[in-house]
Design a protein around this ligand. Structure first.
Ligand code: 5RP
Length: 217
């Protein structure tokens, strides 16, 4: 079974958590499988709040209504992928650059179901370069502060987020205390959001694997 089939398996398993109403929907190739599967039961939901322009487009192409988060109130469910997860379901996200909206929708949701292939489960977060969304004028200032924290920031050149900002991908971090580093990086002037999801981790992690979908809580 290849990695994409494992992603699809995890995405399809997440349908069991859909109970109707408006659902928060994340971004990425795993979530694309979820959106495609959700289309098969779209009559059971009112619609979705989306974390990116790309997911909005895909949802609409399937005829699933997309709502502004300001119009929905708190959501019961958010389904999104991850670049890494540890066993405590603390995540690195933002490989697709949608981390800020993803963090907002996760914060506004009662239950966060994370879907991924089994390769995303790690002992210590940080082998995947940590995305940080940055206000453009603060790029160099934030990069220097990230170097002081022990990382090697690399500008994702040519990439602009849906919010009009830049991404620094921080290499060479071994994140032993995700909650503390999330707070520390978010406190740097010019940082919009860091892609550590530890203060609000996932509630459920579904991992696709050759042996079948495995669920961690
Ligand atoms: C986008 C994300 C994605 O969830 C993350 O990059 C995982 O992507 P994929 O499902 O394609 O492996 O955080 O900002």
């Amino acid at each position: 079974m290849d990695q994409d089939a494992m992603k699809r398996q995890a995405a399809e398993a997440a349908l069991a958590y859909v109970e109707g109403g408006v659902i928060g929907v994340g971004t990425g190739s795993t979530v694309n499988h979820f959106i495609d599967a959700l289309a098969g039961i779209k009559g059971q939901i009112e619609g979705a709040v989306s974390s990116s322009e790309a997911s909005t487009e895909r949802l609409k192409a399937h005829g699933i209504p997309v709502f502004d988060l300001n119009a929905t109130g708190e959501l019961t469910l958010y389904v999104d992928g991850a670049d890494e997860s540890n066993a405590r379901l603390q995540l690195i996200k933002g490989g697709g650059g949608a981390l800020t909206r993803e963090k907002i929708v996760a914060a506004a949701s009662k239950r966060f179901v994370c879907i991924a292939d089994e390769s995303k489960l790690v002992d210590v977060l940080g082998a995947f370069p940590l995305p940080v969304e940055v206000i453009p004028m603060a790029r160099s200032h934030v990069a220097r502060a990230l170097v002081e924290l022990g990382g090697t920031p690399v500008w994702r050149d040519g990439f602009v987020t849906d919010n009009g900002n830049l991404i620094l991908d921080v290499h060479h971090l071994e994140i032993q205390d995700p909650v503390a580093l999330e707070q520390q990086i978010n406190a740097i002037a010019g940082v919009v959001t860091v892609g550590i999801f530890a203060q609000r981790p996932a509630d459920v992690l579904i991992l696709g694997s050759a042996q079948g979908a495995r669920t961690l809580t």
